[in-house]
Design a protein. Structure first.
Length: 160
């Protein structure tokens, strides 16, 4: 989903893009969000990025609600983030400009790394190799010692 901006550039949700945070530790999704007084505001649901500049611009914060129902999405500029910890972050809701000094987290994003795929030669068929079954995972049609609802012998009047 692209959200147009006044500058004519589009913002894209990080989860809808082919980008990831340049440093995996700078992925703020899933962290709790607090104000400077320690009151919980909500949680970071997603990040909006400027895909042309490769920068994070906004945090999508889900606030309020109960068990995921009735929550309100808030867009918080990354400049409002003043502290980042392992499971939470603090924002100053009125801040819209960057302060002097190092930022509490990196806002750069990079293309998602491509998974290495085997090269294919035209006209050649390839097969997917599978590991042989282990005793814990028997092949289809082999006995597991269980019956399918029928009596399979044993003691008593129906035993053999």
């Amino acid at each position: 989903m692209i959200q147009p901006t006044h500058a004519g550039i589009g913002l894209v949700r990080l989860s809808d893009s082919d980008f990831v945070p340049q440093n995996p530790e700078d992925d703020l999704r899933g962290k709790d969000v607090y104000d400077p007084e320690g009151q919980r505001i909500g949680g970071v649901k997603d990040l909006y990025i400027d895909h042309r500049e490769r920068e994070m611009r906004f945090l999508q914060v889900s606030a309020g609600g109960f068990l995921g129902m009735g929550d309100k999405p808030l867009l918080v500029p990354v400049e409002a983030v003043v502290k980042v910890a392992e499971d939470w972050l603090t924002i100053e809701p009125c801040r819209t400009h960057k302060v002097e000094g190092p930022a509490p987290f990196g806002t750069k994003v990079a293309p998602r790394p491509q998974t290495s795929r085997p090269t294919r030669t035209p006209g050649c068929l390839t097969a997917t190799l599978r590991a042989p079954p282990t005793p814990a995972t028997p092949c289809y049609g082999t006995s597991t010692g269980r019956t399918s609802g029928r009596h399979a012998g044993g003691y008593g009047p129906y035993g053999s």
